[in-house]
Design a protein around this ligand. Sequence first.
Ligand code: GRF
Length: 208
Amino acid sequence: MLRVLAMVSGGGTNLQAILDSVESGVITNTEIVGVISNKPDAYALERAKKSGVQGVCVSPKEYTDREQFNEALLAKVEEFHPDLIVLAGFLVVLPAMLIEKYENRIINIHPSLIPSFCGKGFYGLKVHEAALARGVKVVGATVHFVDEGTDTGPIILQKAVDVQSGDTPEVLQRRVMEQAEWKILPRAIDLIANGKVTVVNGRAVIAE
Ligand code: GRF
């Protein structure tokens, strides 16, 4: 069984998609062993509780400096002994030590087709605002491994979503979640849990 630790900051709809997919058998060979939030009031923690998954908060506000927070975060991660860390809307820059230690064992969901609308400053609604401002006709989401850069790691899965006339950033965000994020994130976890994803020369190779 793949031991998955999810890291969250907000509403946790992606976390919910993962929990539901484990429950329904869309994700196989996987146990969600815990959820870490950097915000005590993240609704994602409530979702974890409802599913009987241990949820904990590690907030930067409880530490005097970044280094201490990073150490506490790493220590908490290690307590769960994860095989895979899933960033499901985790809005904290990961400590370099964590990225190094879990190379090719951390994945992230990003709400655009990387390399469009990604990198520093592109998170949440800003991604969808930028896509609408540019007038693109197709957007989407990407699941990728996390490396030391911002949204630069090997791409595992992508799914395209059409922009429709009259879209607002909020409407587009919701469609990207429903049609892409909630599908490809569980799918990527299932592929990894079943040994179908390898990284070769910095690229993710999928054996389907
Ligand atoms: C999603 O749009 C995800 O792509 C981004 O953060 C958002 C998280 O939403 N990384 P939720 O907390 O899963 O509802």
